[in-house]
Design a binder for this molecule. Structure first.
Ligand SMILES: *Cc1c(COP(=O)(O)O)cnc(C)c1O
Length: 219
């Protein structure tokens, strides 16, 4: 599917949900995609991209940023604390703030550096042991803690369990955001971004539907 088609489907989903046109930001998830495919999407004029790995992004994006102005990069993969510094320098947004030790580190570096990426707290709505994110029951307290450290939060992020109907997860995330006064909702991927928009997503993270299937063997 093309970028144009995905954008059209996003606009249609906004309309169906009676939401303003352009209220949903499309993050094109380019992890492990070959450079030609990313360049093609940049040539089409898209500038907002998502990546999962700091190391891969450091190799890939600084040269692309020299050729294409105004690229906005979103970190959507789990963030190790020892990669927090390069991640803060490279990314405009981090969607995977999920633990106090990482929050502390980011708060300290934001103070030292005088700037901070936009921050989303990842919530493990399916309470899956292998998945990152704070548990739903711990979300409010963690959000309070982050604010207490001086961090400004943009919103929440979730990745519903693959086998579940994603809608209750999107609705749960929207509810937590509402009661904690957060306006950003990073939710919805290739298979379910329209449902996410219906539930209030402000940022959808779409990879394979734009770029084609990922080939991890090529890395
Ligand atoms: C890879 C990834 C995506 C994109 O997934 P697709 O199914 O290819 O759209 C979105 N969000 C996160 C957190 C991801 O890791």
């Amino acid at each position: 599917m093309s970028l144009t088609e995905i954008t059209a489907r996003i606009r249609a989903a906004e309309m169906a949900a009676q939401r303003p046109e352009g209220s949903v930001t499309l993050i094109a998830v380019s992890k492990v995609q070959p450079l030609e495919r990313i360049e093609a999407v940049l040539e089409e004029g898209h500038r907002i991209f998502g990546e999962n790995y700091v190391q891969e992004s450091l190799g890939k994006w600084p040269p692309l940023r020299e050729r294409f102005a105004d690229v906005s990069l979103h970190m959507i993969g789990p963030l190790q604390s020892n990669k927090a510094k390069p991640a803060m320098e490279l990314f405009d947004a981090i969607h995977t703030l999920d633990r106090p030790s990482l929050a502390k580190k980011i708060a300290r570096m934001a103070k030292e550096g005088g700037s901070c990426p936009e921050l989303f707290v990842q919530v493990n709505t399916g309470e899956e042991p292998q998945k990152a994110g704070v548990l739903p029951d711990d979300a409010d307290a963690f959000i309070d803690d982050c604010r207490g450290m001086g961090l400004t939060l943009t919103g929440l992020m979730c990745i519903p369990p693959e086998e579940d109907d994603p809608r209750p997860h999107f609705e749960m995330l929207a509810k937590i955001a509402e009661r904690t006064g957060l306006s950003g909702l990073s939710m919805g991927m290739s298979a379910d971004f329209e449902e996410a928009i219906a539930a209030g997503a402000t940022h959808v993270r779409v990879g394979s539907a734009i770029f084609g299937a990922r080939d991890y063997g090529q890395r």
